[in-house]
Ligand binder design. Structure first.
Ligand code: PLP
Length: 399
């Protein structure tokens, strides 16, 4: 497939984006079309955002109908979709309120602020430390970035916020050596979305539960990529027995429009005063009206079961692939957030992603050596099989 006509070189965007980008024009179901009319099977979903695929009439109608009534009103007022969506999110766990925002970073930023406020008001000054983990990714705003211990992302932007400690992911012993009541919060992912798709062990989850309870530390679970059924349970934390105080959500929440949610417990909500935190756009009527459509579908147990089953199929096909090539390694992830390790350089990974694009499939990377697959959750069994068949050809050509 010749994709050169749909590539734009040196777009007027910051140089922190790639110098050459594929111009995408529209989508339908699990497929995307570029500006030259080429068709791609989407194994990336706009980085795990487009859970319901493309051109969904119910989603479009919800957005359109709400736009005709009201697009924006600020948080000086409430709107029905905002209150209704918050109510549904609260009832998904032991939560007292939802702070809406516009991005994953903002959701984590709010979580960190709420945890620090709680710690200050309950434990007093000097209990503000934050614990994060190696290879974590929590976002690019300064607070979230401070908990994203990757030199590539952090080094150009120091100094970062003080009081952040880094521990090895899944190292239970180190966790118990480090944590004490000087910590306000632990922030953690269950599957490290940008960190090679490493999965939290059940024993690590158990230790986190125990230590956070012991020292009254707020356990923030970043479910921005894993939440809302992506991994075959509503929240990935359920799958490993982790008990969050705060859950942060974003990517799929409003069907592709920017909306994030920080789900906080009653014990934090009860300490807040008017004006201490806020947002201009977060939780607007359009994004939350679309969020209600997304929530109804993604929280349905039958839908979640289907995701889990399709995830198992994808994993088994990737296992087969992994056995057929000497440069492929372990299959990673859960549900429809999967990956396959590629041995070799960063350049090799990028070449495979480009070759896949030329064969009509869009895939992602995670960390330095994992190809990440995060298709729309509505993808069919046939499309999963087709995608893996194309990947096989891509790998065969590469060999
Ligand atoms: N946390 C996780 C786990 C993510 O995957 C991401 C984005 O990829 C973020 C936080 C940051 O989200 P955003 O880019 O919307 O700020």
């Amino acid at each position: 497939m010749d994709i050169s006509k749909a590539m734009i070189k040196n777009p007027p965007l910051p140089k922190n984006f790639a110098p050459e980008l594929l111009v995408i024009e529209k989508g339908e179901g699990a497929y995307l079309f570029d500006s030259a009319g080429n068709k791609y099977l989407d194994f990336g979903a706009g980085i795990a955002v487009n859970a319901l695929g493309y051109n969904r009439e119910d989603l479009i109608q919800a957005g359109y109908n709400q736009m005709k009534k009201l697009i924006h009103i600020s948080n000086l007022y409430a709107t029905k979709p905002q209150v209704e969506l918050a109510g549904k999110l609260i009832s998904s766990g032991n939560f007292g309120a939802v702070h809406f925002g516009n991005s994953g970073s903002e959701a984590n930023e709010a979580a960190i602020k709420y945890a620090r406020l709680y710690s200050l008001r309950i434990k007093g000054p000097g209990h503000h430390k934050l614990l994060c983990f190696t290879n974590a990714f929590h976002g690019r705003t300064l607070g979230a970035l401070s908990c994203t211990p990757s030199p590539k992302y952090q080094d150009p932007f120091g100094p970062l916020i003080p009081g952040v400690v880094v521990s090895d992911f899944n190292n239970t012993e180190q966790l118990s050596e480090i944590l004490d009541d000087s910590f306000a919060a632990v922030i953690v992912e269950v599957i490290q979305g940008e960190g090679g798709l490493a999965l939290m062990t059940d024993s690590f989850a158990e230790e986190l539960n125990t230590l956070c309870k012991k020292y009254d530390i707020i356990l923030i679970v970043d479910e921005i990529q894993t939440g809302l059924s992506r991994t075959g349970t509503l929240y990935a934390s359920e799958g490993v027995g982790l008990h969050p105080d705060i859950i942060t959500l974003a990517k799929p929440l409003a069907g592709g429009l920017p909306l994030s949610a920080t789900l906080i417990p009653e014990k934090i909500n009860n300490l807040l005063h008017v004006g201490e935190h806020g947002t201009t756009f977060g939780g607007g009527p359009v994004t939350t009206a679309m969020g209600l459509v997304v929530w109804k579908i993604l929280s349905n147990p039958a839908f979640i079961k289907e995701v889990s089953e399709k995830g198992k199929l994808l994993a088994s096909l990737l296992e087969e692939l992994s056995k057929s090539f000497d440069f492929t390694g372990n299959v990673k992830g859960k549900g429809l957030l999967r990956g396959i390790e590629i041995e070799g350089t960063d350049e090799k990974l990028m070449k495979i992603i480009r070759a896949a694009m030329e064969k009509g499939i869009l895939i992602l990377r995670s960390g330095k050596k994992v190809i990440r697959i995060a298709p729309p959750l509505i993808i069919s069994v046939e499309e999963i099989e087709k995608g893996c068949e194309i990947l096989k050809q891509v790998f065969a050509d590469y060999k």
